[in-house]
Design a protein around this ligand. Sequence first.
Ligand SMILES: C[S@@+](CC[C@H](N)C(=O)[O-])C[C@H]1O[C@@H](n2cnc3c(N)ncnc32)[C@H](O)[C@@H]1O
Length: 221
Amino acid sequence: MKINDRLKKIGDLVDTNSLCLDIGCDHALLDIYLVKIRKFPKAIGSDIKEGPLECAKENLRKYQVKDKVELRLGDGLEPYTDDIDTALVSGMGGRTIIGIFKNNFKITKKLNQIIVSPNNYQMDVREFFTKNGFYLEDEELVKDGKYIYQIMKFKKGKKHYTKKDMFFGPILLTKKNKLFKDYYKRELTSRKIMIDLLPKNFYLKRIKTKKEIRLIEKELS
Ligand SMILES: C[S@@+](CC[C@H](N)C(=O)[O-])C[C@H]1O[C@@H](n2cnc3c(N)ncnc32)[C@H](O)[C@@H]1O
């Protein structure tokens, strides 16, 4: 089947035979990958809009997995049922992802495994989950097209982290591979451009950005 490297990496990180709720499944390719390639018995894809679920339905037909992937309409964790142990969310902003889990905290606490790939505010996402009963079991960077995406796998439990861990990702820091360097070189460049463009009265933002620039430069040196 055709699946991009970002979704494939997310699918590969899921513990074998978990029952996943893929929130914002859109085309449902991740769910199809789980049942067709990873041979999970079942997966559940949900979306807040009917349009994407129609596209998902078409893909289930195309890949002949109608009996293994269930589609549900609903906002965030609304379509959750007690048999689900894992939530997947990708292709959304970090603050939207946090909102989904914050809005339904009781359900969040019931999950064993949460795998997310936020498009931005990655540090906020790490802080949210690690302050609310989860630890980072794995993290990956994946290049897809011209972008590099962060993927975070949280499990129920507690671990201590530093501010630096939250900024870079504790596991990404230990792996520190070529993608890590490429990713943070880009982050450095974008912060340097931002500093030049910041209006003079954005005093606090300037201090914060300068601090981050020093942190990244130190880590890349
Ligand atoms: C950019 S697509 C990402 C699709 C797929 N997860 C991926 O990573 O390729 C975002 C999808 O999330 C859905 N979505 C946005 N907010 C949502 C929410 N609160 N609950 C469920 N689905 C949501 C949108 O309708 C859209 O289909």
